[in-house]
Design a protein around this ligand. Structure first.
Ligand code: ATP
Ligand code: MG
Length: 749
């Protein structure tokens, strides 16, 4: 839990301390009339989170008092959402409808106490009699009915003797109360409708204000947390529980601000309209803000919870930028997912001087090199590259392939264009090129300078896949009607080509397709015959850029444009200079170079660390990732370039693993301690001694015989599992390279 507690937790702690309750019991009480959305995620996070933090429990209760709109399908969706977010409700799912008999008894009790009466005004009259904010209301003449008469009428209402709207049961409170809700609120109404659980058993249904507080009481809820629009209902909540003179302890209601997000509609009613009207493809359409939609799209529960944590709990309504949610998704995936290559708009390249085939061992985490995990990348004489990664007559600042400019194929060789083949309409059909045998990544002795690296796939080995790219569902930030829908929210690309390793992985795996974004195998439509991937989120916030682009550029001819990794924002002269230096002198990749060059604070930090340690690539990695993150979040940072150089030196010399380095870094961030001292005092020195590691591997193997059998039966993906388990056994201190080698030996023996 964070240091500064939100007002709800402050209250909970007060109540515990005062002995008001011995155990905290909360509830999440959705109405099962639609699929839950990101707003519900916030409520789930608050209710289940508080129960978890104070060793209490949280109930999942369906607030099913409105028979006409509710459905079991929505109950299932709500259960799925809670489970997927990682929470467990107490005992079984509860239903307000289970309490109908009990609630009816409470109604009878109120009547007997003279605190409720049957009113026979019609809807319009009731409204009229209620008065206005400036004028008090009048009580209905029916309020004078005797207790006996009221009891009899209520009974007959229950028995179905009246039509809808003929009578209602009302609380006798105060027709001139300043809070309009307190002007004799309705407790029961007649509804001859079939309920999805109680069937035709009831034809009177309790109103929210009557059912909710009593359901809370029946379940022993201590803190009934709801959104701000119920603030005025709190008086009724308290009135009902007090009027019935119930045995304590009783629950109290607290309100927090509901989540609103731009470019998004969040009411279930509006979502239902989109689903029913087929403006989207069902409740789990990946463009919807429903939990089911997010899940299908590939968002992770961790990222959503992180978002809920970030937005916090406030008492004033506010609008959250959807970019913040997207940031959380990206931030989570960036740390976790493997990077692979997929060509979205293929252009064929024939490499004339290449014969045969080879498989290149390529890291899944090229940005985080010592992180274990790699795949075999087939290379052959026909490849696909992205159509816009080649330009015949490029503008100034274009750094990719042209007839006069070579480019690096990521993870592989440098490529030089020899000939451009066009069809009768002048459209480029094919490129003929040569590769440079001595330029292979990691072992480049060619001396050829290139300005960027592009992704590619081997045509013969690649698999054709469908990509579904999503834009925002609405084109305006405060959508109001269907007219605000973005007509281009879905793009389907039928002939993208993906490297084979991606297809061999089982579904439910997320990837970064290099330079394209994060993708997830569609859990419904993906088949081996037709693999379908959903775009989870782009690599950067492309939306803002798009909006910017629409505005006319100020000086279109004078700004020098540099095109990096599909990005088009111009760099200044000095940034360009740095960028050139990073790419050409220091051999950094274009992504890292781009990050460093565009940020003066970062590049000077980098240059300073480089003065101390000549390890440009490793330093760049840590500066562009970890250091950049800290600089973004904090005004003042406690660590220095010298200390970062010290940290990288220990990684380079294999004194510590890069995983441990992250741990050390976290501590440096906290207190500015020297990395060498942290490693010393915590005993984090990397374990490279096979004599220490081997017994650990044996242990992992002994404990996981079923996985061994699967591995031997051909499931080679489990290799990573074994490596991971061994690393875990040493709390990340084992040298991953050595562990890899040893595990390989053991498994093949
Ligand atoms: P909607 O208007 O979307 O239908 P609702 O408030 O009617 O929402 P319920 O199913 O009654 O939805 O809500 C269950 C719980 O989730 C309630 O406690 C409600 O306050 C909370 N909740 C609903 N929407 C939001 C939101 N946008 N932000 C935070 N909490 C929400
Ligand atoms: Mg509702």
């Amino acid at each position: 839990m964070s240091e500064s507690k939100d007002f709800l937790r402050v209250k909970v702690e007060e109540d515990l301390k005062a002995g008001k309750y011995t155990k905290i019991i909360t509830r999440f009480p959705p109405e099962p009339n639609g699929f839950p959305h990101i707003g519900h995620a916030k409520s789930i996070y608050i209710n289940f989170g508080i129960a978890r933090d104070y060793q209490g429990h949280c109930n999942l209760r369906m607030d099913d008092t409105n028979p006409t709109t509710e459905d079991m399908r929505y109950v299932e969706a709500l259960k799925d959402a809670v489970t997927w977010l990682g929470f467990e409700w107490n005992e079984s799912v509860r239903f307000a409808s289970d309490y109908f008999p009990k609630i009816y008894e409470y109604a009878v009790a109120l009547v007997k106490m003279g605190k409720a009466y049957v009113d026979s005004l019609n809807e319009e009259e009731i409204r009229e009699y209620r008065g206005t904010i400036t004028q008090p209301g009048r009580r209905s003449k029916y309020a004078q009915r005797s207790v006996e008469e009221n009891l009899e009428l209520l009974e007959r209402m229950k028995n179905g003797e009246f039509k809808d709207g003929e009578h209602v049961l009302r609380a006798r409170i105060d027709m001139s109360a300043a809070n309009m809700k307190m002007r004799d609120p309705l407790l029961y109404r007649i509804r001859h409708a079939h309920h999805f659980r109680t069937g035709d058993e009831w034809c009177i249904y309790p109103m929210y204000d009557f059912a909710h507080c009593l359901s809370d009481y029946i379940e022993g809820i201590t803190h009934s947390i709801c959104t701000l629009e119920f603030e005025n209902n709190r008086d009724i909540y308290d009135w009902v529980l007090d009027a019935l003179e119930l045995t304590p302890p009783r629950p109290y209601q607290y309100e927090f601000a509901r989540l609103g997000m731009n470019y998004t509609v969040m009411s279930k009613r509006k979502l239902l309209e989109l689903v029913d009207g087929k403006y989207v493809n069902g409740w789990d359409d990946p463009r919807l803000p429903t939990i089911a939609g997010y899940k299908r799209r590939g968002y992770t529960p961790e990222a959503i919870l992180n978002f809920c944590e970030q937005i916090g709990i406030a008492k004033a309504n506010s609008m959250v930028d959807v970019a913040q949610l997207e940031f959380c998704i990206r931030d989570d995936l960036n740390k976790k997912v493997p990077r692979v290559m997929c060509v979205v708009d293929p252009l064929e390249v024939t490499i004339e001087n290449y014969e045969g085939e080879e498989e290149i061992e390529a890291s899944y985490y090229p940005h985080d090199v010592p992180k274990e995990g790699s795949r075999k990348l087939p290379f052959s004489n026909t490849i696909y590259i992205e159509r816009d990664d080649f330009m015949e007559t490029p503008p100034e600042g274009y750094y990719r392939l042209t007839p006069n400019q070579s480019v690096r194929l990521k993870g592989a060789y440098i490529l030089t264009c020899k000939e451009v083949i066009k069809d009768e309409n002048g459209v480029i059909k094919q490129i003929k090129a040569v590769y440079h045998p001595d330029s292979r990544s990691g072992n480049d002795t060619s001396g050829i300078k290139v300005k960027s690296a592009i992704h590619w796939v081997s045509a013969k080995h690649a698999k054709q896949v469908e990509l579904r790219l999503y834009e925002r569902l609405y084109k305006v930030d405060m959508p109001e009607s269907l007219e605000d829908l973005n007509p281009d929210s879905l793009h389907v690309i039928k002939n993208a080509f993906i490297e084979p390793a991606v297809i061999e992985q089982k579904p439910d795996v997320r990837f970064q397709f290099e330079r394209q974004g994060y993708f997830y195998a569609d859990p419904i439509d993906y088949t081996d015959a037709k693999p379908v991937f959903n775009k989870i989120v782009g690599l950067k916030d492309s939306w803002n850029k798009k909006v910017e682009k629409k505005e006319p550029a100020e000086k279109p001819t004078q700004t020098k444009k540099v095109v990096v990794e599909g990005e088009v924002a111009p760099m200044s002269e000095s940034e360009l200079k740095l960028y050139d230096r990073y790419i050409n002198e220091l051999n950094l990749n274009s992504e890292i170079s781009n990050i460093l060059a565009r940020d003066a604070k970062l590049s000077s930090f980098y240059e300073e660390s480089l003065n101390i340690l000549n390890s440009p690539v490793s330093l760049a990695n840590i500066v562009a990732n970890e250091v950049a993150r800290e600089l973004k979040q904090n005004e003042v940072i406690k660590f220095t370039p010298t200390q970062i150089a010290g940290l990288v030196k220990m990684i380079d010399e294999e004194t510590i693993s890069s995983k441990i380095a992250k741990q050390v870094f976290e501590q440096m961030v906290q207190n500015g301690e020297n990395p060498e001292d942290i490693v010393q005092s915590k005993g984090l020195v990397q374990i490279s001694d096979p004599n220490v590691i081997e017994p650990l591997i044996d242990e992992v193997i002994a404990k996981n015989q079923d996985n061994i059998a699967k591995y031997k039966a051909g499931n080679k993906n489990l290799f990573g599992f074994f490596v991971g388990a061994v690393l875990k056994a040493t709390a990340g201190k084992a040298n991953p390279k050595i562990v890899n080698q040893l595990v390989e030996q053991k498994l093949s023996s």
